[in-house]
Write a protein that binds this ligand. Structure first.
Ligand code: FAQ
Length: 329
């Protein structure tokens, strides 16, 4: 469940922090206010640790599962150069997961526990990766716009408070910027190609738009973690602020290509500077992030299969260790 509308956020924060040492908490919050980084061995409130593990772990899982929709197109990429580029992108995403799992491990949860929580369905990962990549154009839209959304989010949060996460995000953003260029190049190629290519990219964009609007998280009115995460500078902008920034940067670029978006109400209000749009379907969002999207079962089955298939390697490594370690012990 998310978005408990009946608890005042201030009361909620007071309840959560009731058992913390007030002096330590005050010192911690004053460091954060001054823009200092928190490092793994520093004192931190239990809730800060818990929230960071949740968020970084979900992010790491998103990179692993995020490699799947595009990964299915490696064998069908149109031409050798596109295939090479896509393979490199998918490898990068797995590298991001490695960086993020390492950052989450600094907070005390083992990688094994995180993987188990992913494949058992306990942990969440980004909504967008529970939709199918039906055509090659879907991979173009993912690489351009989902990577763009990820950069909006991660560039802001790389200026946040937890050192290991911020350093991982900085490196990830550099690679994601290259993915974005690759995706943009693909979309432009299709949008300026034959009528069939143009129709294919328009169709992909129309299908991906609702999940992309969900990508930034529920609206601020119903987001449950934003308040405390922004207080501790883990999140540097709210979900709605990130969504607005994305719309501001990318809607004009999409329209410039002559492509359309499936929202009649989408327009910039020049007086407020804010984009107006039809409220995303948060019921669908809830269903998808809680396991009932079009591809959730398939995605987790692939990961479960990967773990099972790699079990013999783990066993072999452990036996190898046993062989060399035991005689010396
Ligand atoms: N999908 O209270 P809030 C990528 C959940 S990386 C699924 O607003 P919060 C790279 C949320 O966990 C993409 N679940 O939550 C790539 C919570 O549930 P819980 C991933 C979502 O944490 C590109 C509940 O809803 N990026 O794309 C989503 O304050 C191309 C309430 O929500 C990150 O993970 C969602 N979209 O804000 C790879 C960045 N949104 O845990 C391959 C780090 C919300 O209480 C190809 N994370 N929920 O059960 C964040 O910045 C934040 O966690 C948000 C959500 C902004 C995602």
């Amino acid at each position: 469940m998310y978005g408990n509308a009946y608890i005042d956020p201030l009361d909620k924060a007071t309840q959560i922090l009731a058992n913390e040492d007030p002096l330590k908490l005050e010192a911690f919050e004053s460091r954060i206010l001054q823009g200092e980084k928190v490092e793994p061995n520093d004192w931190m409130p239990k809730e800060y640790r818990k929230q960071l593990i949740r968020m970084i772990e979900q992010h790491a899982h998103s990179e692993v599962i995020g490699a799947l929709p595009e990964g299915t197109w490696i064998t069908r990429a149109p031409g050798f150069r596109r295939k090479l580029a896509l393979m490199a992108k998918v490898q990068d995403e797995m590298g991001h997961a490695q960086l993020l799992y390492s950052a989450a491990e600094t907070l005390g949860k083992t990688r094994e526990a995180m993987i188990n929580d992913l494949i058992s369905g306990k942990s969440k990962y980004s909504n967008v990766f529970n939709y199918p990549a039906k055509t090659w154009a879907d991979t173009a839209v993912i690489a351009w716009l989902i990577d763009a959304g990820a950069i909006v989010n991660q560039l802001a949060n790389s200026k946040g408070s937890y050192g290991p996460y911020c350093r991982a995000l900085e490196r990830i953003c550099i690679e994601e910027s290259f993915h974005l260029k690759y995706g943009h190049d693909n979309v432009v190629y299709l949008a300026t190609g034959t009528p069939v290519q143009r129709a294919m990219v328009q169709d992909a964009l129309t299908r991906w738009w609702p999940p992309i609007m969900h990508f930034f998280g529920p609206s601020d009115k119903i987001s449950s973690h934003t308040e405390i995460l922004m207080r501790w500078k883990v999140k540097m902008a709210s979900n709605d602020e990130m969504r607005q920034q994305f719309l501001n940067m990318y809607v004009p670029k999409i329209w410039d290509l002559g492509l359309t978006l499936p929202d009649q109400n989408l327009k910039k209000n020049e007086a407020t500077g804010l984009w107006e749009y039809t409220e995303p379907d948060w019921e669908e969002f809830k269903r998808v992030i809680n396991g009932d999207g079009p591809c959730n079962a398939e995605r987790l089955a692939v990961r479960r299969g990967a773990e099972e298939n790699a079990l013999w390697i783990k066993r072999a490594l452990l036996q190898k260790d046993a062989k060399y370690v035991t005689p010396l012990a």
